[in-house]
Write a protein that binds this ligand. Structure first.
Ligand code: ADP
Ligand code: MG
Length: 317
């Protein structure tokens, strides 16, 4: 079993993870990493921790855990409209199992390459399995998609389809070979969330001001937008996009999973009606986007008939 420094060199200071990046002046190997952000840009960053048996089963495929750990962080950058730059990794491991580390490192490298980010540093400790990734990205000076950017009259929109990640929770502990192909599709959505980076950047370009990524459920996360923006919203529940796999597997619960289930990492955003109509095609070419309601004066969430919607999104405490 490799010692700490050999472990870092072999699995993290390697091709595909810390390939040279023009903005990362100094990466793994010194006391700190150094970043040189492009002119007229601001650095933005976000951190997320995945704890074994809270966020994923401890015995889950290490490559998939690694991908998910990076992807959920990149999703936060997507929700701001940022361009990803690099990330750091704080890893707590029960032991230094070479097979586990090789699979983890390969999964991390393929996710990093797919999104053009490099691993600039980290920390390695022994203890119960836990993975903390911090991502850094850049934003044009003074611009960002913010939770406080929703205005009365805006359309409320979401990318992709909702509820698949939550639909997969029932299968997390089951052996893959016992699952139907639609159940596997849901599981794939859980382990391989697609950070909607291109969509976030495009929203920023066309003049969008407001977005959030859906990690805790549509109602809970849209609720954050409403609270920060001091507005309310009315939703057309029947317009909420559901995948065929979720309709089949979720049956009567599909819509509830889409409203209150987390783990999808799609974007929920608002746009003034004329902006949405002018840019619908460009946005939908990146990922299908669906209008699901309107921002209104007031507070809280209503359905089309004006009845309040109950939020039961996930909270750790
Ligand atoms: P220090 O004791 O100064 O905190 P460390 O011995 O923890 O430094 O780490 C040595 C170098 O290896 C640092 O550049 C650190 O960023 C990097 N590093 C440590 N663990 C990891 C990891 N899991 N992934 C990436 N880089 C790491
Ligand atoms: Mg250290």
């Amino acid at each position: 079993m490799p010692g700490e420094f050999e472990l870092i060199r072999r699995y993290f200071d390697r091709a595909g993870l810390n390939d040279p990046h023009p903005a990362v002046v100094l990466g793994i190997g010194d006391d700190c990493a150094i970043i040189d952000p492009p002119g007229q840009h601001q650095l933005c960053f976000s951190v997320d921790t995945l704890v074994a048996d809270v966020h994923f089963p401890a015995a889950a495929d290490p490559g998939l855990i690694a991908r998910r750990a990076l992807a959920v962080n990149l999703s936060d950058l997507a929700a701001m409209g940022a361009v990803p730059l690099c990330f750091t990794l704080a890893l707590t491991l029960p032991d230094s199992n070479p097979l586990w580390l090789e699979q983890f490192s390969s999964g991390l490298a393929s996710e990093a390459c797919a999104h053009g980010v490099c691993l600039a540093g980290g920390d390695t400790t022994r203890g119960p399995l836990s993975i903390t990734v911090q991502v850094q990205g850049t934003l044009p000076m003074g611009r960002a998609l913010r939770r406080n950017g929703a205005c009365v009259g805006d359309r409320v929109l979401v990318s992709g389809s909702l509820g698949d990640g939550a639909g997969a929770l029932a299968y997390l502990d089951q052996p893959a070979q016992t699952l139907s192909s639609t159940q596997q599709q849901l599981l794939d959505r859980f382990y391989r969330p697609q950070p909607r980076l291109a969509l976030g950047q495009q929203l920023l370009q066309i003049g969008g001001r407001c977005a959030i990524d859906i990690s805790d459920g549509l109602l809970a996360d849209l609720g954050h937008i409403l609270q920060r923006s001091g507005v309310g919203a009315r939703l057309e529940l029947d317009d909420i996009p559901l995948s065929d796999a979720l309709r089949r597997e979720g049956g009567d619960t599909a819509q509830r999973l889409a409203l209150n289930g987390g783990d999808d990492y799609e974007l929920c955003f608002t746009l003034p009606e004329p902006l949405w109509l002018a840019h619908k095609e460009t946005l939908c070419a990146l990922v299908p986007c669906t209008a699901i309601g309107h921002i209104e004066a007031g507070s809280g969430l209503l359905n089309t008939s004006g009845e309040p919607l109950t939020v039961t999104g996930y909270q750790h405490f």
